[in-house]
Design a protein around this ligand. Structure first.
Ligand SMILES: [Zn+2]
Length: 156
């Protein structure tokens, strides 16, 4: 744990990494537990069936504090996984998508690995990636971060 965030050594944390700590084996099972198996959600959803086949507009994955995250139009943010790129917002229950999970657009596998490698050089608090930022841009940011760290140390 760093500043209340679960940290993964050697890679970007995804929703499947979180599953064991929630007593399930996968992100998909977690969504099921939080909807079908949760009494509160059942009351809230009042019999509405959640669709588990992804439909609708993809959510674009970003990296926030070393985690793959999807941000809903309602403002809700959920950790997601490239292993099973679906998104379900526990704030709005994907109401505007008729309660169906949505697809998630991740960068290609090679790009994910490259992004991960560059972000792993940073302190956890600085591990962010926004779609459109190239690996070269991230490397440039790493340089700035390193220099800022160095000058901070020199002042101490
Ligand atoms: Zn939402």
């Amino acid at each position: 744990m760093v500043n209340g965030h679960i940290v993964k050594d050697g890679g970007i944390l995804n929703a499947d990494d979180m599953a064991p700590s929630l007593g399930v084996n996968s992100y998909r099972e977690w969504i099921r537990r939080m909807t079908v198996d949760s009494r509160a959600a059942r009351v809230m959803l009042d019999g509405i069936a959640i669709g588990y086949e992804p439909l609708g507009t993809p959510i674009i994955a970003t990296v926030n504090h070393g985690r793959w995250v999807g941000i809903c139009e309602c403002g809700g943010a959920e950790i997601v996984t490239p292993n099973d790129p679906i998104f379900f917002c526990f704030s709005c229950y994907n109401l505007d998508n008729k309660y169906h999970v949505r697809p998630v657009a991740f960068p290609h596998e090679k790009e994910q690995a490259a992004i991960s490698a560059v972000l792993m050089e940073r302190d956890h608090k600085d591990m962010h990636w926004t779609p459109g930022e190239t690996v070269e841009v991230l490397k440039g940011q790493n340089k700035v971060l390193r220099e800022a760290k160095k000058s901070k140390k020199e002042k101490e």
